[in-house]
Design a protein around this ligand. Structure first.
Ligand SMILES: C[C@](O)(C(=O)O)[C@H](CC(=O)O)C(=O)O
Ligand SMILES: [Mg+2]
Length: 302
């Protein structure tokens, strides 16, 4: 009922603990708090909050237009309803290193377990597109150092994302990643690796966990969890997948409604009222106060 049953600090500690093991941690991207609940229900290890989803949700392109306030507010709403650790896309940190320090503390206050900050030049773009550029090593290192130094909870996870692979190739990406680890990064987000061999190479070159991004319509093939685990990857995100699926379904349904005047044929594909009520735990509210949930769904169409 209401919120997560555990504290932000406990979620961070649990994530640290899980990263000390050897399992692959799977973080689907939630496009709202409700979908985060669904992610937890399906037994995943964490929830990802994607910048691409957050900006698309606001009807904006993913080019660094969203603000820290918007990202923190959405992240807090999502973190509040799940017991899972939440990892947030902090883009380039929302400013200079000092802003990045503030970003870390604001996201700590939002109750999330960690963030990733990338080494792209602002305005940033999707890491799987042409034409992105990266900052020099000193600037990238300063970003990560600022993030690491600013955190007050030592378990808050600072993931350094490097976009160097798509710009200068794998060797340069590995060199950049090593510099970011030396600067204190807890993990490395290896963006836009071309194939599994590249994931293997970067995983074996680093002694911190590596994150893989299985975004659709990107540069990397969609490897399975088994393939990624075997390559040494420790965290996988599916950042935009649920939004793409939901929007695809909404688009098709609207076309059908507009064309036929009814959604009756779509009903079998919908989340049912009972499923929705179960996910938001109406019953728990009824246990707390029987006056709140004293109706039955009997007699409703299923
Ligand atoms: C991971 C990512 O940063 C995101 O915002 O979700 C994007 C995803 C995408 O645009 O497909 C990325 O830059 O890869
Ligand atoms: Mg992003």
């Amino acid at each position: 009922m209401l919120n997560s049953s555990t504290t932000p600090s406990a979620k961070r500690t649990a994530l640290r603990e899980a990263l000390r093991g050897s399992e692959l941690l799977r973080f689907p991207g939630a496009f709202n708090p409700l979908s985060a609940k669904l992610v937890q229900r399906h037994g995943f290890e964490g929830v990802y909050v994607s910048g691409a989803v957050l900006s698309a949700d606001l009807g904006l392109p993913d080019i660094g237009l969203t603000t820290l306030t918007e990202v923190a507010a959405r992240s807090a709403q999502i973190a509040r309803v799940t017991d899972l650790p939440v990892l947030v896309d902090a883009d380039t940190g929302f400013g200079e290193p000092l802003n990045l320090a503030r970003t870390v503390q604001t996201l700590e206050d939002a109750g999330v377990a960690g963030l990733h900050v990338e080494d792209q030049v602002n305005p940033k773009r999707c890491g799987h597109l042409e034409g992105k550029s990266v900052v020099d090593e000193a600037t990238a290192v300063r970003r990560v150092k600022a993030a690491v130094d600013a955190r007050r909870d030592p378990d808050f996870l600072v993931v350094a994302r490097t976009d160097v692979r798509g710009v200068e190739g794998l060797d340069a990406a590995v060199r950049r990643a090593k510099a970011l680890v030396d600067a204190g990064a807890d993990a490395v987000f290896a963006e836009a690796m071309a194939d599994l061999a590249e994931f293997e190479a970067i995983c074996s070159a680093l002694d911190v966990p590596v994150l893989a991004n299985m975004t659709e319509f990107g540069r990397s093939d969609l490897f399975t969890h088994d393939q990624l685990r075997d390559a040494g990857v420790r965290i996988v995100i599916h950042p935009v997948s649920l939004l793409r699926l939901a929007m695809g379904a909404a688009d098709r349904a609207l076309a059908e409604l507009s064309g036929t005047g009814t959604l009756a044929a779509q009903v079998p594909r919908m989340q049912t009222r009972a499923e929705l009520y179960d996910l938001v735990d109406y019953a728990g509210y009824g246990d707390f106060d029987s006056g709140v949930f004293d109706f039955s769904l009997e007699g409703n169409r299923s």
